[in-house]
Design a protein around this ligand. Sequence first.
Ligand code: AMP
Length: 512
Amino acid sequence: MSLAPLLVRQALLAPDGPAIFNGTDVWATHALWAQRSAALAQRLRAAGLQPGDRLVLFMRNHPRYLELLWGAWWAGLAVVPVNAKLHPAEVEWIVDNAQARWAFVTRDVAPRPLAGLQRQIDVESSEADALLAPLPDAALPAPHESAPDDLAWLFYTSGTTGRPKGVMITQRNLMTMGMGYFADVDAVAPGDAIVYAAPMSHGCGLYAIPHLMAGARHVVPASGGVDAAELFALGDALGPLSTFAAPTIVKRLVDHAEAQGLTPTDAARAFKTIVYGGAPMYVADMQRALRVMGPRFVQIYGQGETPMTATALSRAHIADGAHPDHAARLASVGVAQTPVQVRVADADGQSLAANEVGEVLVRGDSVMAGYWRNPEATAAAIRDGWLWTGDMGALDPQGFLTLKDRSKDLLISGGSNIYPREVEEVLLTAPGVSEVAVVGAPDAEWGEIVVAFVVTAPGAAVDAQGLDAHCLARIARFKRPKRYVFVDALPKNHYGKVLKTELRVQAAGLTG
Ligand code: AMP
């Protein structure tokens, strides 16, 4: 059970099959991919890197990412995937914490040498070409025999508070995630193709694993970024494509399809499956996505500590508009994925009854081994074999999990708990509201009051009074925002998640 042999298998089964695409151009067949990864592995070992050593990838999405990933695993190394938008000082902190000596980079994200490294290689240099050039002997050297518990992926959390933590993801964790894709997300055939729209340094890149397991094609957009027009064009040329997209990317795809007057049939030509997750998808947004692009969506909920694998909301559940619980199901993140158990517990770890809100706990073979060099944090996160996700949620009697908010996002006004997500869902159904984020602000009388940051659609006439009336008609009085702040955009992190911490500071400035 390990990752490198997956590539050996495809190199034997379908050597001449185009495997990696740079835009619409074939970058490598399975055979060439395997030869390059095997050659890289041999040269890394010859240069002194040992199994278990960490190899940093600090790059934009690039077809070479896949060759480097499997090259590292072929040599028995662990990859440290670094978000391309991090500041060099943050990357240097990670290099030091991970005790990594080598890094592959793209020049655009790493224009200068990073401190602490022995070697920093530009993936578009002749140095990289030489490291990856197939060995003269046609036979592939056997990959290092990794054990299931060997470290494969040392993923640093985005760390909205304090320093990031290195999440130790093992070979077994990734193999489990990969096979879980077929059980809970989608079937994949050799003719299929995945396009890497979101950062390959995150969960999106990990979806290379199930797609290699199935012998599918891997497409890296030439821009290396997220451009809806480019993604649709790639879909028309090579598709229909599967992809992983955060809700903000889904929104861009839907906006594009609508602006171009595309029908769901057009969308079906470009996209087979759009897997979304990583942040809340509001019901109104998913209903619109279904209307515009048709039933090609699957939702997953996971986190770095159990990558892509906690719950899933299937295509069938999302598409079943006639079901009496359809809206509630769209607001949920679905049911436990096959490889894991999910429960909701109180602070003592006691399971709660259906519909009661508590912390979401996950157990299974996708759950991390722990945090790198941080036993205290590991002991806090994994207790009695269960991962404490830090997410609050409730399970309904059928096992559908609805996430409330992370415990720190919950706000308490006049002694009542208010879940910002619920208020956001309501505000998003108001005409002219494009994006919204709700936070609490300190208040002498109420403890906290609800503040809504609102982005309006271009040209829409939206005011606080109208939104207040909209809320009064739909939710309890005490939940409605007492203040509205109209903004051009919401602050977001590198993965498109709204930075509520920043908004809380702004909100406190208004009331303080
Ligand atoms: P990360 O570890 O950076 O992948 O972030 C994981 C966090 O994103 C989770 O703990 C959740 O708070 C949030 N998240 C992931 N998937 C979903 C989803 N489908 N819906 C809502 N929030 C999600």
